[in-house]
Ligand binder design. Sequence first.
Ligand code: DQA
Length: 148
Amino acid sequence: NTIYILNGPNLNMLGRREPGIYGGSALADIEADCRERARALELEMDFRQSNHEGQLVDWIQEAGDRADGVVLNPGAYGHTSIALHDAIRAVSPLPVIEVHLSNIHAREPFRHQSMIAPVAAGMICGLGPIGYALALEALAARLRQEDA
Ligand code: DQA
């Protein structure tokens, strides 16, 4: 089984970017953690980042053909993007788990809304990089259930 892990805008800056909010891990560190976790769960993983909304839409569409699940940290597009919302609907029932490193509900009001959550299988926020690992665990459990 293959999982796409997709990261949105500014997440390439992790480690240098507002470390008080996002922590000291670089995206490459999170990728390495995910790779280890995916191997333990016997999942193939494709880990990507883009600052471009349309690229993320393309990747979600691609996941519809090639993946069994998606972990998506949409960055700020999570709060604004009807296009990402629609892309997830378009690949339904492919499970997408939304992840945010920070607790978006404890931050500015403009971060409290998610365009992704209503079409996601679930959402994890506020737990830092562990959120990605938990999302992988949840997708693995779903896939095992489907196989059973
Ligand atoms: C984020 C939260 C978003 O509000 C913000 O725009 C980001 C990162 C997070 O992982 O906490 O870029 O998605």
